[in-house]
Design a protein around this ligand. Structure first.
Ligand code: SF4
Ligand code: SF4
Length: 168
């Protein structure tokens, strides 16, 4: 029988998979002064995947978790993780690790990775690049990780609900 892994083990393993890949082979933060990490007056941040809060207990001094009004189709409420523009890179949330990609989940549950339309205003990659112009290892790893997430009921619910909010 396959051993059931805890949410913490699940996220630790996919964090590790994404540790060594980045959207470009060069540091894209140099193109935009790390625009996706800039702190503004508004509360902005990254959605946490279901149970990802387990990775932030205790909450690190560089982060905060807020409630949001984003509710999944199942009724699950999604939290927002915010930082002060810097983080312990090994502990950054999954949403930071996959940006600027996002899975667009169709009604039949299939998905395609696309450039995240929420990043168009601030991310030069979202503005001018296509998915196939990003680093191939990055795209492949994000796809692999998103496939794993889609096998977890709660994460599938989150990603389907997020697609409905962003794309449909
Ligand atoms: S905003 Fe886009 S280009 Fe800039 S660091 Fe983030 S992912 Fe890279
Ligand atoms: S947690 Fe790290 S990667 Fe994510 S927005 Fe903050 S500084 Fe950027």
């Amino acid at each position: 029988m396959k051993k059931k892994i805890s949410p913490k083990e699940f996220y630790e393993s996919i964090y590790r998979e994404l540790d060594s890949v980045t959207p470009l082979k060069v540091d894209c933060g140099k193109l935009c002064d790390n625009a996706c990490c800039v702190v503004t007056d508004e509360i902005t941040g990254m959605y946490l995947f279901p149970f990802e809060e387990t990775m932030y207990s205790p909450i690190p001094e560089w982060g905060k978790i807020y409630d949001t009004d984003f509710v999944c189709k199942s009724g699950r409420e999604i939290n927002l993780f915010t930082c002060q523009g810097t983080c312990d890179r090994e502990k950054r949330p999954l949403s930071c690790r996959i940006f600027p990609l996002i899975p667009r989940v169709e009604k039949d549950g299939s998905f395609t990775l696309v450039m995240d339309p929420r990043g168009r205003e601030m991310c030069p990659l979202c503005k001018v690049m296509r998915v196939d112009e990003l680093d191939a290892d990055f795209v492949k790893t994000v796809e692999k990780v998103m496939k794993k997430c889609m096998l977890v009921k709660e994460c599938r619910d989150f990603l389907c609900s997020l697609s409905e909010e962003i794309f449909f």
